[in-house]
Design a protein around this ligand. Sequence first.
Ligand code: MN
Length: 411
Amino acid sequence: MTKLQTWVEVPSTSDFTIYNLPFGIFSTDGNSPKAGIAIGEQILDVAAVAHLGLLDVSATYFEQSTLNAFIALGKKTTNKLRLDVQQLLIDASSPLKDKPEVFVLQREATMHLPVQIGDYTDFYSSIEHATNVGKMFRDPKNALLPNWKHIPVGYHGRASSIVISGTPIHRPKGQVMPKDATTPIFRPSARLDFELEMGFIVGNNTDLGASIPVDKADDYIFGLVLFNDWSARDIQKWEYVPLGPFLGKNFASSISPWVVTVEALEPFKVKGPSQEPKVLPYLQYSGERNYDIHLEVGLMPEGSDEEIVSKSNFKYMYWNMAQQLTHHTVNGCNVNVGDVMASGTISGKDESSYGSMLEISWAGSKPVTLKDGTTRTFISDNDTVIMRGFAEKEGIRVGFGEVSGKILPAK
Ligand code: MN
């Protein structure tokens, strides 16, 4: 990779290097939310830069509370904008160097949902996760259902309850069937869990009836975020047959604030797992379609330090994003700018890389000890779950920051 040098001070461990330049929506001091680009510990106020006449895109696209209108301009425009900003942050004679007012410290800003999410779909694309859940919920000998290696299995989720990192979540209540009971009861979930996922944001509309070919799918993906798909396992277990996840899932999902573009992640592409049996022709792809992104989950009780309970990697995914989007639209289902599609829980082969407490504690049979000496099989009230992700190659880092959320007692 070509080495790039910015005149902005960027800490060596920063996720937001000159190679990254992710987009987000921020506000300061009660001002209206607008678009920013993260660099080091700062946010570049893109509208302010546009007002200086330094960009091809009008400031009006950035003076909005979501990125949808900007993303809808198309990749040709959004990619050029990002590269123009990169050049402005590299040039030794950049006109921004004596314009400190176009920068805001991230710690002084409030972040908001980056896009208006019309629809949200959650996949189930990690073979390790699907196998683990199949073993626990169904049959240890036939953990994967017969369709799993032929279809990127997914379900339609709920966009209304997707929240930005930092938003506290109340423990959901619902119907559960206690072990050895014959009638269900209503109570706060006793098996509240996280799911370590990544989500991608759709960057182009399609028409009803149109399908996205697998080798064109990248053109329809604007960028990625970290995604915590909070799950209530006891509610899920009772309700999910025959139509799949419902109230065990739709009470909340949390996303990270910075959208890392697929272009910034291009250098971190790797080969995916080989798919046997061979998938149907419309799902066959060429080239490297997985991404080497290190992921971790921290669990932090109130008043204590966090314990890292999982280290996983996005590269483990059996089904890649191109296949997911292709499958989603193969029947003519249309997608829109701002739709979010999440990967499904990202688990690796060994226990230290499992992406949910359900797997880490093996359905509650193996408690995890935290820094304060207490143990967990699932999430307790006032625990905070923090997920982080970054890619690194040849000393070049492109990261996502974090998505965090605290669990409050049931209302
Ligand atoms: Mn999920």
